[in-house]
Design a protein around this ligand. Structure first.
Ligand SMILES: *[C@@H]1O[C@H](CO)[C@@H](O)[C@H](O)[C@H]1NC(C)=O
Ligand SMILES: *[C@@H]1O[C@H](CO)[C@@H](O)[C@H](O)[C@H]1NC(C)=O
Ligand SMILES: *[C@@H]1O[C@H](CO)[C@@H](O)[C@H](O)[C@H]1NC(C)=O
Ligand SMILES: *[C@@H]1O[C@H](CO)[C@@H](O)[C@H](O)[C@H]1NC(C)=O
Ligand SMILES: *[C@@H]1O[C@H](CO)[C@@H](O)[C@H](O)[C@H]1NC(C)=O
Length: 221
């Protein structure tokens, strides 16, 4: 597996997402719920004494895969809002060695290492998912444009030509660029439910460009 690490800096502590140049991104460690809708994944897990991250990803044809407690693999088209806590938790909770390879980690007790699929666009930008922004403390601060011309390609090109490695579309017609993703008020900088990013782009109604206080985030591979 090839990983390209992109630091997403937040004010008090550091978050990072692993942007993979193959088919999956790590979304980090997520708290498992213990009942009903608090379960991060609908459905049951496959359990194996030979579990590895790659075995789980390879077996999952859907959008999300999650590893729990060393040997369990979940697979689903949706996850609930980052499991029980609503935000990624410390990677220290996803510290159980994989049953099939004890040099790598497969989640933890009541914690899941979650991966999501992405497509690798020709221009080298990778989708990182839907993230929270705050009007008062922006998560990306280096460059911005608001225009009826905004769609995904417009924003990626705008940020790309200015040399920024992170780009985001928001509220249909806004584009933000930056070198680091900052945390802020109201969970700014945190991963959100992907379904939250539901607003059509001003210049291409077939694409989504975030929503109010939600951004479709992209990182340069
Ligand atoms: C465990 O999985 C690996 C691939 O990840 C495979 O090479 C190996 O044969 C498997 N071992 C068993 C006992 O199934
Ligand atoms: C986690 O895995 C260990 C070892 O397989 C097992 O003994 C324990 O019951 C599991 N815990 C949970 C909460 O699934
Ligand atoms: C076990 O995991 C390590 C770290 O990801 C990897 O380098 C190694 O190739 C894996 N071994 C097997 C047998 O899959
Ligand atoms: C980009 O924005 C970040 C966060 O505000 C800041 O730390 C960094 O200095 C800015 N980079 C440049 C070149 O202005
Ligand atoms: C944030 O900005 C969006 C888009 O401009 C606007 O619709 C929304 O009302 C603002 N929210 C707050 C809390 O100011």
């Amino acid at each position: 597996m090839q990983f390209k690490l992109v630091s997403l800096v937040i004010a008090a502590s550091a978050l990072s997402i692993s942007a993979q140049t193959t088919a999956w991104n790590s979304l980090g460690c997520v708290a498992e719920g213990t009942f009903g809708t608090r379960y991060a994944f609908a459905g049951s897990a496959t359990t194996s004494g030979n579990m590895t991250v790659q075995n789980c990803l390879n077996s999952c044809p859907l959008n999300y895969a999650g590893l729990e407690n060393g040997s369990q693999c979940f697979c689903s088209d949706t996850i609930t809002n980052n499991g029980a806590s609503g935000t990624p938790i410390s990677p220290n909770f996803c510290n159980v060695p994989c049953s099939g390879n004890d040099t790598e980690k497969c989640g933890g007790i009541l914690s899941l290492t979650v991966y999501t699929r992405h497509t690798v666009p020709a221009n080298g930008w990778i989708t990182a998912g839907c993230y929270v922004d705050s009007n008062e403390s922006r998560a990306l601060r280096n460059a911005t444009v608001e225009s009826f011309s905004v769609n995904t390609d417009y924003c990626l090109n705008y940020c790309n030509t200015r040399g920024w490695k992170i780009a985001a579309t928001q509220f249909g017609n806004q584009c933000f660029c930056g070198s680091t993703l900052l945390s802020g008020d109201n969970n700014a900088g945190r991963h959100a439910n992907d379904a939250d990013c539901s607003q059509a782009c001003a210049a291409n109604s077939a694409q989504t460009c975030g929503a109010a206080r939600r951004m479709n985030l992209y990182v340069k591979a």
